[in-house]
Design a protein around this ligand. Structure first.
Ligand SMILES: CC(C)(COP(=O)(O)OP(=O)(O)OC[C@H]1O[C@@H](n2cnc3c(N)ncnc32)[C@H](O)[C@@H]1OP(=O)(O)O)[C@@H](O)C(=O)NCCC(=O)NCCS
Length: 272
């Protein structure tokens, strides 16, 4: 272990250094996302003697049941020295939840496998201009009063109560829409356009309707990360292009909890 490095919790003041680290690894400087994650969860950072941030990870805990791990990043010049392992081991020790999940890039996957994570699903990212139609007339914008129903349906689908997160997410998101059949979906604004997520619906058709309605009036690119091939093909028919994919991995259970057949897109990869 590199004893010259200190592992400490990240604060809001570390946001600029986190963005710099992300940029160093070719990730976009997603300031709103990092802000939400540092607010909702606990960030851990590895710093050298001069105070430079060399590695990060964030743990978001849901009611002591399930934790999502994200933003596992090590500065390019310090890769392959065990920093990533140290960060993820520390996050697992401090997760405080029996089940930990994450979305793994191809680069991260070998490390997570060594630490006992297993892949349970593949998540594919599509982006581009969505060729919108008219509103379906079967969905409506959610109101603050809809929050308890959304939180309860989300808990069934995700398998853990994310009520605290949803309180913030209602403000953070651009739009939340409901379909009247227990389905809902939202968008949030990232540096390069609107991201759709989560998308919850009984069947893929319901997911398409919600996404189509959220995309009406979108003024730029949209991004949808989906676990469903059928939804991916439909997004391509609407003008989006497949960009990349990651693995949903779980630690402490054979599969992720919840009724995942109804979760077509996560809220964001970093939130599990
Ligand atoms: C993924 C990442 C965090 C790994 O950090 P790192 O500090 O280089 O990793 P470590 O040196 O701690 O290596 C961890 C283990 O994984 C193994 N490993 C790493 N890459 C591997 C590969 N491509 N194939 C097989 N094993 C690999 C190492 O051998 C090491 O095993 P050991 O601890 O038993 O010796 C770093 O490459 C990174 O920041 N990548 C870009 C961002 C990213 O994709 N993050 C993952 C997000 S899910």
């Amino acid at each position: 272990m590199d004893t010259d490095l200190t592992l400490r919790e990240l604060a809001y003041d570390d946001l600029a250094a986190c963005l710099e680290l992300a940029t160093d690894r070719g990730w976009p400087a997603e300031d709103r996302k990092w802000g939400l994650l540092l607010d909702q969860g606990t960030g851990y950072g590895l710093v050298d003697r001069s105070g430079a941030l060399l590695g990060t990870t964030v743990v978001t805990r849901y009611a002591g049941e399930h934790a999502a791990l994200s933003m596992v990043l090590v500065a390019t010049d310090h890769g392959g020295r065990g920093l990533g392992r140290r960060l993820v081991e520390h996050a697992l020790e401090n997760a405080g939840c029996p089940v930990v999940s994450l979305h793994a890039t191809a680069q991260g996957r070998p490390l997570y496998e060594k630490l006992g994570f297993r892949s349970v699903a593949r998540l594919t990212t599509h982006t581009g201009r969505f060729s919108s139609g008219e509103l379906s007339g079967t969905t409506r914008a959610a109101l603050r009063a809809d929050l308890p129903a959304v939180v309860s349906a989300d808990a069934e689908v995700f398998g853990a109560d994310r009520g605290e997160l949803w309180k913030d997410y209602f403000r953070f998101s651009d739009q939340v829409r409901l379909d009247g059949a227990g389905g809902f979906a939202a968008t949030w604004r990232n540096v390069d356009g609107l991201v759709v997520g989560p998308v919850v619906a009984d069947a893929v058709e319901g997911a398409k309707t919600l996404i189509g309605d959220l995309a009406v009036g979108a003024d730029g690119d949209i991004r949808v990360d989906t676990y469903r091939d059928e939804l991916g093909s439909w997004l391509e028919s609407r003008g989006l292009v497949e960009r990349s994919s990651v693995d949903l991995m779980v630690h402490g259970a054979v599969d992720v909890p919840g009724d995942r057949a109804r979760l077509h897109a996560p809220m964001m990869q970093a939130l599990g």
